[in-house]
Design a protein around this ligand. Sequence first.
Ligand SMILES: [Zn+2]
Length: 110
Amino acid sequence: MFGSTITVELNNTECNKEDGYGVARFKSNIIYLSNEAHGNPIDKTEIESTFMHEVIHFIFTKLGYDELSDDEKLVKQFSKALHQVLTTQEFTDECESLGPDTAMLMNNRK
Ligand SMILES: [Zn+2]
């Protein structure tokens, strides 16, 4: 992202330290994700959604919008919306010939 490689690692210990499902370490370019909370497994959708959440923190921080990155409510809602778009988008054959960006735009207008 923006010329840096962000490492994504499954690390329950680091997440438990923060009592969260995911942790973003901006200076070291690492996202830690957890697959269990208090001994209970975290489902795949929740892990994906947490990944999006940490990515949004990274985007705002890398762009210099630290105040937006610190707004947990914004990050939470933004990541849920983005996760929903990325997991439900559909491309039609008609739109494929126009290119992926146009196809996505047309489908989202429905
Ligand atoms: Zn957060």
